[in-house]
Write a protein that binds this ligand. Sequence first.
Ligand code: KIV
Ligand code: ZN
Length: 515
Amino acid sequence: MEQVKIFDTTLRDGEQSPGCSMNLKEKIEIARCLEKLKVDVIEAGFAIVSPGDFESVKTISETVKDCTVASLARATVKDIDAAWEAVKGAVDPRIHVFIATSPLHMEYKLRMKPEEVLEQAGKMVAYAKKFCSNIEFSAEDASRSDLDFLSRVVEIAIANGANTINLPDTVGYTTPDEMRHLISYVREHAAGSEKAIFSVHCHNDLGMATANSLAGVLGGARQIECTINGLGERAGNTALEEVVMALHTRPDTYGGVTTGIDTTQIYRASKTVYNIIGQTAPLNKAIIGKNAFAHEAGIHQHGVLANKKTYEIMTPEAVGIVANSLVLGKHSGRHAFSQHIEELGYTLTKEEIDRCFEEFKDVCDKKKNITDADLEAIITHHAAHLIQEADENGYSLDWFQTSTSNFTTATCTISLIKNEEKFQAVALGDGPIDAAFNAIDTIIQPSEHTFDIFSINSISEGKDTLGDVTVKISSHNKTFTGRGLSTDIIEASVNAYLTAMNKLAAFEAKNQEAE
Ligand code: KIV
Ligand code: ZN
């Protein structure tokens, strides 16, 4: 069976989306998920962009063992040098060289004549090839390029050693028919095209990224570039979970091609990424949304009970979603707990199990019925907490007390701990959460930032549900995300706020060190 390679760019194009910047530990956590998913290529970043980007591409290259690791590079010597330095420690490194080929981009962005672009593409692919045998060439804005010119550029890239040719729909402008034609036209007209794997990279501005990528496969593409949850510039990139499940569900339509993805890891990877960027999936999001497998209408429920296939084209288990059943309670022991976590598909170290078990017992004291959704929230929050904790050694909550009513101003007294020292403050606020945040600010005196997002979501049904709080703040052109989880939403909010603030402080400390 022919395989379509899955090239994941969550850590590069995905991270470029507003509010989705990640720190090194978070990127490594995502790279581990991608390895478990068995993606073929991880685009770990754009090494030249900043020392931080360089460091993360390098670290991921040295960490990942089972996937190709790529760095993006413009078609310049400096970019390619940085990309190679960053990926050369990988088991299978790839340099991804790109240059724009549409009239609009060549004239206004590059200020280069088509013949100069042609020459630069050839020269820079040859330059990259001196370092690395695995070279991908991308013709940025391919979908708005002249097809004959594009074919010439591709021909030159292949002649100089590119083994993968990517034809992106950079601005999400194309349609499925056009994408299929684009790929098959260039494959037919560029000499040597049989030596390269053709790839699609679609943006979702018109909501057609998945359809366009699949159409590219019909045109002969054998690599799809995509991101977990469809993260990416503007309206995002093709969602990995959508193209993979489309190919798995409809082999009849896509010529029987398959992917090497372990689809049972999709849901966990999606959760991990949402958790790290501080977002939750829209309820109706394809494949991984809460309602994607829910059957509300009576007639549908009746059909599903009689035969699942009446309304289910794929099973929730196929993407790693387990039934949201009542599972464990106050009297469950550590053994039952760790066994259940394994059944949910998580592999934790002994230390992680111990800490999650402690957290689980705490939640049991406050909440009678613990569901799989609660357990997953505990595990993913714990992972995020470890990432943060290892990073900053910052402030943590000791205790707080709030007082609020509908006829007085709310107050909060709070005690924080940092390096075993205690700090206390009291503050007023417009409600107990505002008062708590003001009290925290009094202690930590954060540097200038904007407060972008504060959201509270419930993990499961019922009044005693766990509250999942996200706080996003921005400073230094970066976003810092904190998450908190508790049946008490003020406690969850305080923890989320402290996490975001600790991340900001750690970032500033690191930058000061570098200076
Ligand atoms: O959208 C795009 O064209 C890209 C390329 C740099 C591959 O991200
Ligand atoms: Zn892109």
